[in-house]
Design a binder for this molecule. Structure first.
Ligand SMILES: [Zn+2]
Length: 94
């Protein structure tokens, strides 16, 4: 995480949940903000950094991810976030 992301990260009030584990990337953690409801995922031993996900943990498009990671916590759930959450980075697998 770079310094900007770290500062943004600190503005959220996250609850953290471990989703799963992989030998190469470590634990996959889900960070859900109690204030704005935004949700991010992060691998503990990968330097990939965090990315934004929807309510079910599916990755959002990098444009959304980049924006969320650049914005301070809005302190409330925003209606535009619901639109952002429809922009999945790839279609759900069937
Ligand atoms: Zn937040």
């Amino acid at each position: 995480m770079n310094d900007v992301t770290k500062r943004v990260w600190a503005t959220h009030d996250f609850k953290v949940k471990m989703l799963d584990w992989s030998g190469s990337r470590g634990s996959r953690l889900a960070y859900t903000c109690r204030l704005c409801g935004r949700k991010f995922c992060l691998f503990t031993i990968s330097n990939q950094g965090a990315w934004a996900v929807d309510g079910e943990g599916r990755a959002l498009q990098s444009a959304v991810s980049d924006r969320w990671l650049a914005e301070s916590c809005p302190r409330q759930t925003g209606t535009s976030d619901d639109e952002d959450r429809k922009l999945l980075s790839r279609p759900p697998a069937h």
